[in-house]
Design a protein around this ligand. Structure first.
Ligand SMILES: [Zn+2]
Ligand SMILES: [Zn+2]
Length: 246
């Protein structure tokens, strides 16, 4: 299981891509979320948009889905070996199509539906790709908004966007090698996200297996991350670096 962030940026990031992870395993791949900035991230990895085989969408904030229309159209113009499979939490499917359909429904070849662009698999609890199981975990991002993380034992937990969920982190920490957790790394408290101050309340052994993502551009340069790593056990994920077996 190799995890490569196509971007680790927050919703307002300019200098790096928005947060999205490309997992490669068992001869296939799965992209968690699909911001527009993934196009450049994939290009830098030497990949085309039509090489994405599987997608999972955590929630419908635009910095997590604003590349899906381009991905869908690219696959129609330059088809990959297979239509991308879209694993979508059941409660998000209709709203996601509402977000996308204004640019995808009407075409020169007639009216198209969501299913014409993606093989859609609605997920309630878990899904499996090439023998690897991914469990949906509802997160605490915005009240009443559906938002999810992914648990993939024994490899990782990926938090998606969420407020600090201490009890959940404590409950799975021993079962995974790495915890990819969102942290804005700003001084201000943001009510829908997790702060550094909150993560520093966790046991140090848990902090040591965390990689932070969805952060502000202040940490996009290696020197800033190195300075942070000299001070804390927590690590900051680096865009386009492959984390092998983590
Ligand atoms: Zn976000
Ligand atoms: Zn969000």
């Amino acid at each position: 299981m190799k995890v490569t962030f196509l971007g680790c940026g927050d919703g307002f990031s300019l200098e790096q891509g928005h947060n999205s992870a490309l997992l490669t395993f068992a001869g296939t791949n799965l992209c968690i979320d699909f911001p527009e900035s993934n196009h450049l991230g994939l290009h830098r990895l030497g990949m085309q948009l039509n090489q994405i085989e599987n997608l999972f969408i955590t929630h419908l904030h635009e910095d997590h889905i604003n590349g899906l229309q381009k991905l869908a159209l690219f696959h129609k113009v330059y088809p990959g070996q297979t239509k991308p499979k879209l694993y979508i939490p059941t409660g998000l499917k209709a709203d996601l199509w509402q977000c996308l359909r204004h640019g995808l429904e009407l075409t020169t070849r007639g009216k198209r539906e969501f299913e014409d662009y993606f093989d859609i698999i609605c997920v309630d609890h878990e899904f499996e790709i090439a023998g690897i199981r991914f469990e949906l975990v509802q997160t605490l991002h915005v009240p009443d908004m559906l938002s999810y993380g992914l648990l993939c034992k024994p490899y990782f937990y990926f938090s998606g966007d969420t407020r600090f969920d201490e009890s959940y982190i404590l409950s799975i920490a021993d079962e995974v090698q790495t915890i990819y957790y969102e942290c804005h790394l700003q001084n201000d408290q943001l009510p829908s996200h997790t702060s550094l101050e909150e993560l520093l309340t966790l046991p140090v052994a848990i902090q040591a297996k965390m990689l932070l993502m969805h952060y502000v551009d202040d940490y996009v340069h290696a020197a800033a991350r190195d300075q942070f790593h000299a001070e804390y056990k927590l690590r900051i994920a680096e865009p386009l670096r492959g984390y092998d077996g983590e």
